[in-house]
Design a binder for this molecule. Structure first.
Ligand SMILES: [Zn+2]
Length: 314
């Protein structure tokens, strides 16, 4: 089972994709059309490769997420035609991004057959909200969308035991700064359930720190689009997210060169290399607090006084 988590943040997409090419090349909007055309083709071909393969599609934007495939209550063990994932992605593009995906033979079926009715869209609740006041202004729907994808994976594990499950996040990358805790919680839950999360982004590495960590924690591939791969996004998707977990041992997909493992301050959202950590709830803070602002545990007063002073060795 492969679940696509797709971003509908059009402005961020156009900006990030536009920055990937020289002036005179295709515009960001044109590249966005090419990318989602490739995603629709990738989804259809994944199902066509094997009758056992299944595709899920979850969309998200700023403050919302929606599950397009599978429809609620749909059995995950039955075979899925290649047209259905293609139609789900095409419908998502048309409604959320204003893009027409070519080749959607039965795209008109997306609204009825995939359950993508307006009732499926939900505003974010606690999952996407900042953990504490001032923890950043982002209301990215990605944590909520990842939670939906994880729930589908759990259903799939119950209905089709023994099969593998993966998630592929395709997002511009920026806008997740305030979602450190919910994103990493999703990653830890996916890792414990044996679900790999691959990530394809378009933003500079500095803006995709937490997505790098999500891929790293789940042993997935972090594969940002480059000036070259943005011209052939379908090939990029096949290279990075095509192989199953077992095939990756043999095929050796591109490795993540380095991972930025900096954490985020729970109060300010600032990225930190050195931080104070609550010894009870493991929350991370930029400044020292006598009482943890999250779990209200008091720091042991005596520990600082009793701590032996370390002299630097010559
Ligand atoms: Zn605490």
């Amino acid at each position: 089972m492969l679940i696509l988590v797709l971003s509908a943040e059009k402005d961020a997409w156009v900006s990030a994709l536009g920055a990937l090419g020289a002036s005179g090349d295709a515009s960001g909007a044109q590249r966005l059309g090419l990318l989602f055309q490739a995603i629709a083709g990738f989804a259809a071909s994944h199902v066509a490769f094997s009758p056992a393969n299944r595709i899920g599609v979850v969309g998200f934007g700023s403050g919302w997420s929606e599950q397009l495939l599978p429809a609620p209550g749909e059995a995950l063990s039955s075979a899925q035609g290649a047209a259905l994932p293609h139609a789900a992605v095409a419908g998502f593009c048309r409604r959320r991004l204003g893009i027409e995906v070519v080749g959607a033979a039965d795209a008109g079926a997306d609204a009825s057959s995939t359950g993508s009715t307006p009732g499926q869209v939900e505003e974010l609740g606690e999952q996407g909200a900042p953990v504490a006041a001032g923890a950043g202004t982002s209301r990215s729907g990605l944590p909520s969308a990842l939670s939906r994808a994880a729930l589908v994976c759990m259903r799939h594990r119950r209905e089709v035991p023994g099969a593998s499950r993966r998630i592929l996040v395709v997002a511009p990358g920026a806008g997740t700064e305030g979602a450190y805790v919910p994103l990493l919680n999703c990653a830890f839950a996916a890792r414990d359930a044996g679900v790999t999360i691959d990530v394809v982004t378009a933003a500079p590495a500095e803006e995709t720190v937490f997505l790098q960590q999500v891929a790293h924690e789940t042993k997935g591939a972090f594969a940002p689009l480059t000036r070259i791969s943005v011209k052939s996004p379908l090939q990029h998707l096949f290279l990075c997210a095509g192989p199953s977990a077992s095939a990756r041992d043999v095929l050796a997909p591109p490795l993540q060169k380095g991972v930025d493992l900096r954490a985020s301050c729970m109060l300010t959202g600032e990225r930190l290399s050195l931080a104070f950590v609550c010894f009870v709830c493991l929350s991370v803070f930029r400044d020292r607090h006598d009482e943890c602002p999250i779990c209200h545990t008091k720091a042991p007063e005596a520990s600082a006084a009793k701590r032996p002073k370390l002299e630097p060795k010559a």
